[in-house]
Design a binder for this molecule. Structure first.
Ligand SMILES: O=P(O)(O)OC[C@H]1O[C@@H](O)[C@H](O)[C@@H](O)[C@@H]1O
Length: 246
């Protein structure tokens, strides 16, 4: 009934793009931030301006990773290295954290302006999983997870939360390292083979594979079925509701 292998007793859900329709909101905030920076830089260096691609650049370098890693990895793909700076850098400062803070300002403005949509199939799946007695956790790189869970009312459906704030406090390596998912399983009191990971990001399914989890469900909402399977998904669905049919 839940579309999972026998022996799974816990589910570890990514947030953005899996439970909530916020992957596109992150991608839009990243695009605004990177394009503003790349345009300024191209004028200064007299180089052509090549905008951030909210599909390819986002999926390959940013999606699913902690904020600063996304800035660093995307800029590296363009041959750009910036100083790390400090988490308290002003938004827009020409540092990794400065650009990350600018993106966060934009993301929060969008969330507060437009609200957050929960995928109906995800809410139904979460409810079914809990009714079947499985434990649930959210495992997200986002430091905005608590706010999103609160505004959507999803918090009571999750037994544990490992997010960008927890990862920073506990010095956990970000996805594609498996450490945040392993911490999620630990908090639910299960071993990785008894837990299923649900992810829409390439970095996220890779984390699920390297952590030795019992299932890695790739959620494909943007046409990257094959890439999710290549990076570690054991099954790919378009929506979690599909799992309720099998
Ligand atoms: O900037 P935040 O809210 O801490 O989020 C970090 C990352 O969190 C992930 O969940 C998103 O897929 C990424 O797009 C995002 O960059």
């Amino acid at each position: 009934m839940l579309g999972l292998p026998d022996g799974i007793t816990a589910c570890l859900f990514d947030l953005d793009g899996v439970l909530t329709d916020t992957a596109s909101v992150h991608a839009a905030a990243w695009k605004d931030t990177f394009d503003e920076y790349l345009e300024r830089r191209s004028q200064r260096e007299a180089e052509p301006f090549r905008p951030f691609d909210r599909h390819d650049d986002y999926d390959d370098h940013v999606d699913g990773k902690p904020r600063a890693d996304g800035v660093r990895d995307f800029l590296a793909s363009r041959g750009i290295t910036l100083p790390e700076g400090d988490p308290a850098d002003p938004p827009g400062a020409e540092t990794i954290h400065g650009l990350g803070n600018r993106k966060n300002e934009r993301l929060q403005a969008r969330i507060r302006r437009d609200g957050v949509t929960v995928f109906d199939g995800s809410r139904r799946y979460l409810e079914a999983v809990r009714a079947a007695g499985l434990r649930t956790a959210v495992v997200s790189s986002s430091a905005n997870t608590a706010e999103v869970l609160q505004v959507t009312g999803l918090a009571p459906l999750l037994d544990a939360r490992v997010d960008g704030v927890v990862a920073a406090e506990q010095h956990l390596a970000g996805k594609p390292a498996p450490d945040t998912f392993l911490e999620g399983a630990r908090r639910l009191g299960v071993q990785p083979p008894a837990a299923a990971v649900f992810e829409d990001a390439l970095a996220g399914v890779a984390a699920g594979r390297s952590g030795g989890f019992g299932a890695v469900i790739g959620v494909d909402r943007v046409g990257q079925h094959d890439a999710l399977a290549e990076h570690g998904a054991t099954r790919v669905v378009g929506d979690l509701a599909e799992l309720l049919l099998s």
